[in-house]
Design a protein around this ligand. Structure first.
Ligand SMILES: Nc1ncnc2c1ncn2[C@@H]1O[C@H](COP(=O)(O)OP(=O)(O)OP(=O)(O)O)[C@@H](O)[C@H]1O
Ligand SMILES: [Mg+2]
Length: 267
């Protein structure tokens, strides 16, 4: 049993400071195949950035490099002042497949990163996140008892548990139906708005990329290069209705034109 002291320490830790991410001439080869052409890019601390690009253009690779899960063949990535050379500790990550463990209930899945990091007394924090993500009623359920959207809510709660300064999402909603995906888009931008974390979202959906971000990076087909970098002007909180505004559709058109020009169809 944990002492009351321990219970308060980790769970009440303030949100970590959002750190900027700087990429300088980052490239990646797999054998002789160039997956990413040299990319230079700066994400400001606390910025929410989406990346769109054709399948196979190196989006997931780029995210893995930034997360320190793989090393670039050339160039440098810094988070704050630190050069990324190993898996980044201060991050939460969500994938298309939620990777929940079927033999653990929802609460114990959310607590997994705390166990791995040796953080104590995180149960109140985990329950609070489940409430924020509207799945608190399922804390004692098992992942196989949940719908796809609910599973992704749990995966997001797990990613947020340790107050990460960096949140990475690789096509988190691609497997969901359109209505659930809309709900998750609203939820994600609420989560972003109430935190000070630098967020990177990879998606094939142009409207999701715009709706969830302050900035959309458009990548070319392989080897991935940056074709465009678009500021998204809408205030937060955002409602789905902004997707029908002329300003929103104009950004969508600008993104789509890059792919039509290249013959790559996305979203
Ligand atoms: N570990 C690996 N070993 C060899 N090649 C790899 C590896 N990971 C990715 N690649 C190759 O690098 C290229 C970029 O892959 P990546 O998964 O980053 O693309 P992506 O943009 O995320 O695609 P998608 O939209 O389909 O998820 C692809 O040609 C892929 O086959
Ligand atoms: Mg990918």
């Amino acid at each position: 049993m944990l002492s009351a002291d321990q219970q308060s320490t980790d769970s009440e830790r303030p949100e970590a400071a959002a750190l900027p991410i700087v990429l300088e001439g980052v490239e990646k080869f797999y054998g002789g195949m160039q997956a990413i052409a040299p990319v230079s890019l700066t994400l400001a601390g606390g910025e929410a950035v989406s990346i769109v690009g054709p399948s196979g253009c190196g989006k997931s690779t780029l995210m893995r490099l930034i997360a320190g899960l793989d090393q670039p063949s050339g160039g440098e990535i810094r988070i704050g002042e630190t050069v990324v050379a190993a898996p980044v500790a201060d991050m939460g990550i969500v994938f298309q497949r939620d990777l929940l463990l079927d033999w653990r209930n929802v609460l114990d899945n959310v607590l997994l990163p705390a166990e791995i990091k040796g953080l104590q007394g995180m149960t109140p924090r985990a329950l609070e996140l489940l409430r924020e993500l509207d799945v608190a009623d399922f804390a004692k359920s098992y992942p196989w008892q949940l719908s796809g959207g609910m599973r992704q809510r749990v995966a997001i709660a797990r990613a947020l548990l340790a107050h990460p300064g960096l949140i990475f999402l690789d096509e988190p909603f691609s497997a969901l139906d359109a209505l659930t995906r809309d709900q998750m888009n609203v939820l994600l931008q609420q989560v972003q708005a109430s935190r000070n974390a630098t967020t990177l979202l990879i998606t094939h959906s142009i409207s999701e990329a715009i709706f969830c971000a302050d900035r959309v990076i458009v990548m070319s087909g392989r080897p991935g290069m940056i074709l465009d970098d678009i500021r998204v002007p809408f205030e937060r909180p955002r409602r789905l209705a902004i997707r029908e505004t002329a300003e929103f559709t104009a950004i969508g058109r600008r993104i789509r034109e890059h792919f039509e020009r290249a013959g790559d169809l996305v979203g």
